[in-house]
Design a protein around this ligand. Sequence first.
Ligand code: GZL
Length: 304
Amino acid sequence: GGSANPGGGAGGQDDGKLVMGFAQVGAESGWRTANTKSVQESATAAGVELKFSDAQQKQENQLKAIRSFIQQKVDVIAFSPVVETGWDAVLLEAKRANIPVILTDRAVDSEDDTLYETFLGSDFVEEGKKAGQWLVDNTQGAVNVVELQGTTGAAPAIDRKEGFESVIAARPDIKIVATQSGDFTRAGGKQVMEAFLKSNPDIDVVYAHNDDMGLGAIEAIKAAGKKPGTDIKIITVDAVKDGMTALANGEINFIVECNPLLGPQLMELAKKVVAGEEVPKRVVTEETTFTQEQAKAALPERKY
Ligand code: GZL
């Protein structure tokens, strides 16, 4: 806290409404659209005026949006950095403009953690470890894994890889025989999986950093005449509805949940930050994992 903007910035409406500038990554996946919905609905519920931008997964668009929020003198800026690097300059500009910044979902690699008030989001290394642990517990002997990485340079891609590798290291016969970014999209996952299937004769498992790339891989696996979930096992991260449906019908084998519903906590944190109250530097979101049986039971009440 500390660098907050007591009494709201000049940008605050005279009706005392807190004005938040939110620079979203894009609309690349089911997770992202659920996250956007949560932020927008929570802003309405909290009486926060939301200025929202969609960067189409381009860092330069996020940088432009943040600079525009600074120009508009919003009370608080929140964003999910599409990649970890390249934010120090714009964060310094926000600090100099006395506008507090909240990181949501993804992290930045800035050394100077006074550049943001708090980071609200999942522990992606933990998510990768959960995925690796399922593989260690549910396979024996030699296992050939192909990995569909998220967006190059993005915190979830870097950390989910790190966590997964740290756990499968216990089983030297589990090998990642191919790894490439599918950019968190279905199209990307399908395209990369088609290439993997051509260049790797015996793939046992796909580890996809999100459901959407896993769903794209399923299309490629079927087109190659193989049975997803049986001939080639699939582990993904997110647990959005389409992923959970594929898990329930046996095309995916295990999903590590990544909770996109950050809106309510974000609005609470924003109000505290603008009021100059102390907030924790790190708020880790609650989330779990799902087997095929658990997906069947959970699907009816899933919110996203
Ligand atoms: C993770 C989030 C990732 C999701 C993907 O918190 O940043 O980005 O796992 C999304 O589905 O595209």
